[in-house]
Write a protein that binds this ligand. Structure first.
Ligand code: G4P
Length: 536
């Protein structure tokens, strides 16, 4: 009984979220500052890899080290204010991949970082769509207020119009760039003023609290900004949305915070508000109905598989999100898809490429386990006697395609093995033309960097040289009713390609979006779909 109580407490203090942003908006810097608060790292600069500094805590592959970026996602755990926080790291650079999307399937909420000078950008839109699909709460951090920013109201309009989500500013900036003086907290009506500090290891910019009535405030921020702020506060109070937590929880309204991650300004207040507004792990849908995170003993699903993380061991790590109960090292679990009972080997949390063996973990946590080539993405793990599976994980439509051919056909076996491995990891999707054998493979990816990762890993891990020939396709559709469709009679323009996936399901590749609609119009009985759910 005491154990149950502890499990409940542990689960209730869990907060598991992902940070999403367009490259360079400041996701890494914000993550780093959050980790600093939690004492998980000691110096700023240890998250992001730069030529002259340490590499990112989440970097581990050689290619990442060479480029100083993070290709694969990992989970970072730290404690703050009695919360146990799991940040799921989603790659933000050109290394955008399906992994990035899938990580969002494991998160309970998302933090969207937006560059104040740029507003909503392309990759944020893509990631945002996945959050919407899941109806998870989204919190916005408008970053780089210490630089010239767009008009603040325009930034809110941008979020509302481009993303279609309501906004409610929790704080409001006073000036930006050289004129950035601080933020006004709308709930406490207090003003935290800003003074730039040397960055690097510094924990935070100097902050002093004022109210609007303090005479000193005018001296600090100047008459012009004071008057502007007064007007804007009135405008916000009259016109902005209420902070309706019901809408926040459904992902229909985003609380907005302004600050500077680099200057560590507005980060702590953001973290505190965010933690109080987000929930601990919620029930998840399975084929047997909702599964309670607290009442149901251990269950988890696999959202990511990464092979050869440690070259010396040639291992394969499956990352799982625990959805209910408690995991204890050595306990017997049930792998629903293979109907096998097993013990997880080497359960670990991974930080900075360091693996930390774990004794226990709770709903909300992400753990990596050694995978004896048994697990697939989307699989469910429970305890013996419990047979249910969590909803499948969608396969997101790739947007870039290459034909790959092997330079050295002697290494055929390794080539097929490597390609199959990467497809199982979900980093790439493999397609074949109906007329070609395995000698010509079409690879589709969500982010172009995956092509380089593929080439690099095939060379380094499997000793295979390949040639990549970019193909012009950008749009892909699965044929929903393929059993009823005669592919040879399909009417389409010359540059639509019919291919099949690894499970022999046919799909169509298009160069332009209008071709999708034209093909649908020309073939009345054809049903196309954008997302394919993996059923294991
Ligand atoms: P990302 O993970 O979203 O790609 O962004 P990252 O945190 O790497 O930040 C991108 C650049 O923006 C970095 O500069 C970073 O220092 C800077 N930055 C982040 N937050 C702020 C902020 O609040 N204010 C200002 N002024 N800059 C910010 P860089 O020159 O690319 O790298 P570095 O050499 O400074 O590390």
């Amino acid at each position: 009984m005491a154990e149950d109580k502890k499990t409940k407490q542990e689960i209730e203090r869990r907060r598991t979220f992902a940070i999403i942003s367009h490259p360079d908006a400041g996701k890494t810097t914000l993550t780093e500052k959050l980790l600093l608060y939690g004492g998980a790292i000691n110096t700023a600069g240890s998250v992001k890899g730069k030529a002259n500094s340490k590499y990112a805590v989440s970097d581990w592959m050689d290619i990442e080290k060479e480029r100083g970026i993070s290709v694969t996602s990992s989970a970072l755990q730290f404690n703050f204010d009695n919360y146990c926080i799991n940040i799921l790291d989603t790659p933000g650079h050109q290394d955008f991949s399906e992994d990035t999307y899938r990580t969002l399937m494991a998160a309970d909420s998302a933090v969207m970082v937006i560059d104040a000078a740029k507003g909503v950008e392309a990759q944020t839109i893509k990631l945002f769509k996945v959050c919407v699909m899941r109806h998870i709460p989204i919190f916005t951090f408008i970053n780089k207020m210490d630089r010239e920013s767009k008009d603040f109201f325009e930034l809110l309009d941008d979020i509302e119009n481009v993303l279609g989500i309501k906004t409610c500013p929790v704080n409001w900036p006073i000036g930006s760039g050289k004129e950035f003086k601080g933020v006004y907290e709308r709930d406490t009506k207090k003003i935290a003023t800003f003074r730039s500090v040397a960055t690097g290891g510094a924990k935070s910019a100097a902050e002093t609290d004022y109210t609007m009535d303090d005479t000193e405030l005018k001296t600090v921020i100047g008459d012009v900004l004071y008057n502007k702020l007064s007007e804007e506060i009135d405008l916000l109070d009259a016109a902005s949305e209420e902070l309706d937590m019901e809408l926040v929880s459904k992902g229909e309204l985003t609380p907005v915070f302004f600050g500077s991650a680099l200057q560590t300004f507005g980060v702590e207040t953001f973290l505190k508000h965010f933690l109080s507004m987000t929930t601990s792990p919620l029930p998840r849908i399975s084929d047997k109905g909702e599964i309670s995170p607290i009442d149901e003993p251990f269950s988890a699903f696999i959202f990511k598989i990464q092979a050869n993380m440690n070259k010396a061991h040639r291992d394969r790590i499956a990352f799982m999100r625990i959805c209910s109960g408690r995991y204890e090292n050595g306990m017997e679990i049930f792998h629903v898809q293979s109907k096998r009972k097993l013990k997880l080997a080497q359960p670990q949390q991974i930080l900075a490429g360091d693996r930390k063996g774990i004794d226990e973990a709770y709903a909300g946590d992400v753990i990596g386990v050694f995978d004896p080539e048994l697990f697939s993405i989307g699989d469910t793990l429970t305890i013996p006697g419990k047979k249910f599976s969590y909803e499948g994980i969608p396969t997101f439509a790739p947007e870039h395609f290459c034909r790959i051919t092997q330079s050295n056909t002697m290494k055929r076996k390794q080539f097929v093995k490597g390609i199959t491995q990467f497809a199982q990891e979900g980093a790439i999707q493999i397609f074949q033309e109906y007329t070609a054998g395995m000698s010509e493979i079409i690879v589709g990816v969500v982010g172009v960097l995956q092509f380089e990762v593929l080439k690099y890993r095939l060379e380094n891990e499997y000793g295979c040289d390949i040639r990549l020939e970019p193909l012009p396709f950008e749009y892909i559709r699965w044929i929903e009713n393929y059993q009823e469709v005669d592919l040879s009679k399909l009417k389409h323009t010359g540059n639509v390609k019919i291919v099949k996936d690894m499970k022999e399901r046919p799909l169509l590749l298009f160069v332009y979006e209008w071709m999708v609609q034209k093909t649908i119009d020309d073939n009345k009985d054809l049903h196309l779909k954008l997302v394919e759910f993996q059923k294991n």
